[in-house]
Design a protein around this ligand. Structure first.
Ligand code: NAP
Length: 315
């Protein structure tokens, strides 16, 4: 478990890793095993977005698949076996201008010679009327987490990517009907995931359609939709809306300390180096990553090996 001792106001380490998803934990595992002076800082509990995945089928080594929780818990335990310290802190700001990198925390600050940013991404919102108001009252960003609340109900999933289509199939375990609302007439999801959804009688696709408003008094009751080709509008009676339209990077705390792309993801090279010497980034927070658990792990390992080289060069 994360150490919740917040009395660490002036700690200094050779390496600080921010974020305990697959990239951060893999980096931490290597650094701890290499006997580096390293700590990993995590805002919530270790595991990252993978914790919300019911079954991971494409991480090598698990022929039957493995639950997201089990996978991340195993990686955490493996890292802690080598002595990785995971601290519970939220990084609120950074100063990377001098060779000693400075992190501002809610309680105090920490400093390091090198930093790996592996803060991942969070679900994107639609920004439509009713969404914010009905979060937790029928609007959800995680089917795996909230699916069991919708036994025998009709629900809608917004999005056509891997997450939306995979979660739609998962939701059929509970819901009687799952409408997948997609803004085009072709899914973005990979073929194998598409095929499972097409073969599931409880999944109904609503093509070329965008949500306009989410309506309801004390909970979600209706979804107002518009067909983007015909401009026709209609209302779908549902009890839950799962918004699964991709992710946005967790980089607000960086301000302009490192180079970001136009969507706020961190630009890195193949060594996972940012434009600032000694600052590396890995996983979903970076630009143009394939956003897979396996690639996040690989990027975390690449980042830490290059961070270790950097530390050696600077010693
Ligand atoms: P994604 O691939 O970016 O897909 C987002 C989906 O939401 C797209 O279909 C997009 O439509 C739609 N969308 C975006 N903004 C929208 C809006 N404002 N209104 C309506 N629809 C909107 O995101 P993801 O599905 O979360 O996947 C993220 C990454 O994780 C991907 O690289 C994916 O392969 C990976 N992933 C992999 C697995 C797996 O391997 N099992 C599982 C989950 C995720 P358009 O298609 O029209 O752009």
């Amino acid at each position: 478990m994360a150490d919740t001792n917040n009395d660490k106001s002036s700690e200094f380490h050779d390496l600080i890793i921010i974020g305990a998803g697959p990239a951060g934990l893999a980096a931490g595992l290597y650094a701890a095993r290499d006997k580096q002076d390293v700590v990993l800082i995590e805002k919530l509990s270790p595991g990252g977005q993978v914790l919300t995945t019911d079954l991971v089928e494409n991480y090598p080594g698990f022929p039957e698949g493995i639950s997201g929780f089990e996978l991340m818990d195993s990686i955490r335990k493996q890292a802690e076996r080598f002595g990785l310290k995971i601290l519970s802190h939220e990084v609120q700001g950074v100063d990377f201008k001098s060779p000693v990198k400075h992190l501002s925390l809610a309680y105090g600050s920490m400093e390091a010679r090198s930093v790996i940013v592996a803060t991942g991404a969070q679900p994107r919102k639609l920004g439509i009327e009713g969404e914010e108001l009905l979060i937790g009252k029928g609007v959800s960003y995680c089917g795996t987490c909230d699916g069991p609340f919708y036994r025998d109900a009709d629900v809608a999933v917004i999005g056509g990517g891997d997450t939306a289509v995979q979660e739609a199939v998962f939701l059929t375990r509970f819901a009687s009907r799952v409408y997948v609302i997609h803004r085009r007439d072709e899914l973005r999801a990979t073929k194998i995931i598409q095929e499972r959804a097409f073969a599931n009688e409880k999944v109904e696709f609503v093509w070329d359609t965008i949500p306009l408003t989410i309506e309801g008094e004390t909970g979600v009751e209706r979804l107002r939709l518009r067909n983007v080709k015909t401009s026709e509008e209609n209302t779908l009676k549902i009890e839950g809306v799962f918004v699964l339209v991709g992710t946005r990077p967790v980089t607000e705390f960086l301000k302009d300390a490192v180079d970001l792309d136009d969507q706020g993801f961190i630009n890195v090279n193949r060594r996972q180096e940012t434009n600032v010497p000694g600052i590396f980034a890995a996983g979903d927070v970076t630009s143009e990553t394939p956003r897979q658990i396996a690639t996040a792990v690989g990027e975390g390992v690449t980042a830490v090996l290059n961070a270790e080289e950097y530390l050696e060069d600077q010693a």
